[in-house]
Ligand binder design. Sequence first.
Ligand code: ZN
Length: 58
Amino acid sequence: MNLFMRVIVATLVSVFALSSCGEEKFSKYQCPMKCEQEKTYDKPGTCPVCGMKLKGIK
Ligand SMILES: [Zn+2]
């Protein structure tokens, strides 16, 4: 029983690691400095004001 549980846990951990390692899907992107207040973008990129990489928002 213990071995079975270990296999389950190991499988879950590896699936979680793979999914977190892959490119995350965000619906919106926003400047981390909020140069444009709450303005969000549909695609990843850089802020036109400060040039920082936009932060994904779930
Ligand atoms: Zn900015």
